[in-house]
Structures are given as C-alpha cells and as structure tokens.
Design a protein around this ligand. Structure first.
Ligand code: UDP
Ligand code: MG
Length: 314
C-alpha cells in the first residue's frame, strides 16, 4: 500500500463529506493504493455516523472511535498503530490542510529520502494575535532548543516514512513536538514543505492560546528526557555538587573571616545567607538526582533500543 492518511477529528461532521471527496479525487488522479484512517476522538456530534457512511461507500476509508475525548496526540497515536502504508500522511479534518499537497509530500519521502516532512503554513488564515504571533515565538524556541530547522512544528499536515511512526509514541500533547520525538528516535532527515493553508470553513477551533505554553513546557520535558532520562545523576548530580561546593567554600571563607576578625558579625553578611541557601539547594538537587536514578534503573524501557539492521543474528 502506497499511502496511509491519518485524520484525527473531534466534532467535524460538516467537513468530513467534502474532505473525503477531495482526498478520493487526489488518490484516484494519482493512482495511489491507499487507506484513510479517520480517528474520531470521542466526538459528541454526528461525526461517527458520517464516517460510517463514507466507509460504506468507499472501503478505503476506515474509522476508529474513542469512547471519549482523549486529545489529538492519542488520536494520532492510534492511527499510527493501525497504518499500513509505506508513507503515512497526517492531516487535520477541518479542511485547513489541502489534500493536493499529498503527492508532493509522498514524493519527498520516497525520492528525496526524507524520514519526515513537515508542512509549513507560511501564509496563515488564523487569528493574527492569538495564533500567529505566539506561534512564531514557540517555533523559534523549538528551533533553538531542538536544533531542527523547521518553521512550523505544530502543522497538522505531515508525511512520514512508515518506520518513523512505528518507532515513536505520541502521548499527552506531544503532537506539537513530533519532529523532536522523531529526532530522538534517530530519524535525522527532517524536511519542510510550504503548504497551502485555508480558513476554517465549518466548525470551531479546538485549541486556545494555552497551546503555546503547553507546547513549550512539553518541549523542555522532551529535551530533558531525551538527554538525561537514562542518566539523571549526570544533570542533578553535577549542579548539586557545584552548588554544594560553592556553599561550602563560602562558609569556610566566612568562618576564617570570623576567626581572624573577632569583632565582625557573621549573620549580617549577605554571603552567609547565600551560602546557606546554596548548600541546601545543592543537597536537594543531589537527592533529586539520586531518586531519579533509582527510578530510571527500574524503568521498563531502560534497555529498549531501536535496532536498524542486523547481520547473522536472528
Ligand atoms: N482534534 C482532535 N482532538 C481534540 C482536538 C482537536 O482530534 O481534542 C482535531 C481536530 O478535529 C482537527 C485537528 O485536531 O482535525 C486540529 O484541530 P483544530 O483545527 O481545532 O486546530 P487549529 O487548526 O485551530 O490549530
Ligand atoms: Mg484547524
């Protein structure tokens, strides 16, 4: 199968018929063998009935329905598990992403050898103040932290080599940071394509401005986890030791000073309080590292590596 198209959706009943017709048209024009996996993220409108109807007309359209709303990441993750195509495309259900981009995205994966290609909504049709500006800030932060040169991490329209989606787990709200997940899994060839973005025709947006704060916090988590989750002591231990050393040396200095200038008061010096605080913080950091280390030791995936190839070994 050439293509799996994964579409997470939550209350998008009006968009689905048009979207499915458009996708079908593009697939037929290009003679792709394909499947469309619509993941209904616990919609409370008639989305699921619409999916059943579409699927009855065209068996390439498949559906998964969650019992309740788990979020876009969960929906993508289920879609990824089910996907069978060589190239996996994700797109939003609200018709802000254009299916006409699919053939070129697929070509970039197959011929230009990208592991993953992310869409870039260069010209956006969203609210300027609540989305465009915060999005610029989030993307700049994401770029500088992850060293992945993308302009639009959170774009719903993306293409992946099948192996990539089978190697990553999208949990929580990590759908905004899938490029980072892919990079940590060892897929380094990440490309970008400017894609057409359209105004939302039906329904309403499901995300508010908090998305950028959450996205940034998730990014920090990912970066930290990626670097230190298997060796937390190398982070906490280092800073704990440095803090503690600085505190101890300052105390020593204060004691010597007190012994040599007897008239001098200890507790009216700022350094006294700084030394105290820093020593306590150092101990705390060290302890946090020690506990994290005990947890990492027991993590079920502590030795799960992604193996790319083997020779002579079953
Ligand atoms: N979505 C979802 N679960 C949710 C929220 C959103 O599956 O809990 C889907 C939604 O139906 C749409 C896509 O994720 O297909 C992107 O959402 P939306 O268009 O609201 O985001 P925006 O375009 O405003 O960034
Ligand atoms: Mg949208």
């Amino acid at each position: 199968m050439d293509l799996s198209i994964v579409i997470p959706l939550y209350n998008e009943e009006e968009s689905l018929p048009e979207l499915s017709e458009w996708i079908t048209r593009v697939m037929n024009e290009n003679n792709f063998s394909y499947e469309v996996i619509m993941v209904d993220d616990g919609s409370t409108d008639n989305s699921w009935d619409v999916i059943e109807r579409i699927s009855a007309n065209n068996p390439n359209f498949k559906g998964i329905k969650f019992q309740r709303n788990y979020g876009k990441s969960a929906a993508l993750n289920e879609g990824f598990k089910a996907a069978k195509g060589d190239v996996v495309i994700t797109m939003d259900a609200d018709m802000q992403d254009s299916p006409d981009e699919i053939p070129e995205l697929r070509r970039m994966i197959r011929e230009d050898n990208y592991d993953m290609v992310s869409g870039w909504k260069k010209k956006r049709f969203d609210n300027r103040l609540t989305k465009n500006l915060p999005s610029k800030i989030f993307n700049a932060a994401a770029r500088s932290i992850s060293h992945i040169p993308l302009h639009d991490f959170n774009c719903g329209l993306k293409a992946y080599r099948r192996k990539v989606v089978k190697s990553i787990e999208v949990y929580g709200e990590m759908h905004r940071n899938i490029p980072v997940l892919a990079k940590w899994a060892g897929f380094r060839k990440i490309g970008e394509k400017v894609v057409e973005h359209r105004p939302r025709k039906y329904g309403v947006t499901k995300f508010g401005w908090e998305r950028f704060i959450n996205g940034f916090l998730d990014l920090s988590t990912l970066t930290f986890v990626g670097r230190f989750s298997k060796r937390p002591m190398h982070f906490f231990g280092l800073y704990g030791t440095l803090f503690f050393l600085f505190g101890s040396l300052s105390s020593l200095f204060l004691i010597i000073e007190k012994l040599t200038h007897k008239e001098y008061g200890l507790t009216n010096k700022p350094l006294f309080y700084i030394a105290l605080a820093v020593m306590i913080m150092g101990m705390q950091l060290f302890l946090a590292g020690f506990i994290a280390e005990l947890i990492a030791r027991n993590a079920a995936d502590r030795n799960n590596y992604l193996i790319e190839r083997k020779i002579g070994i079953n």
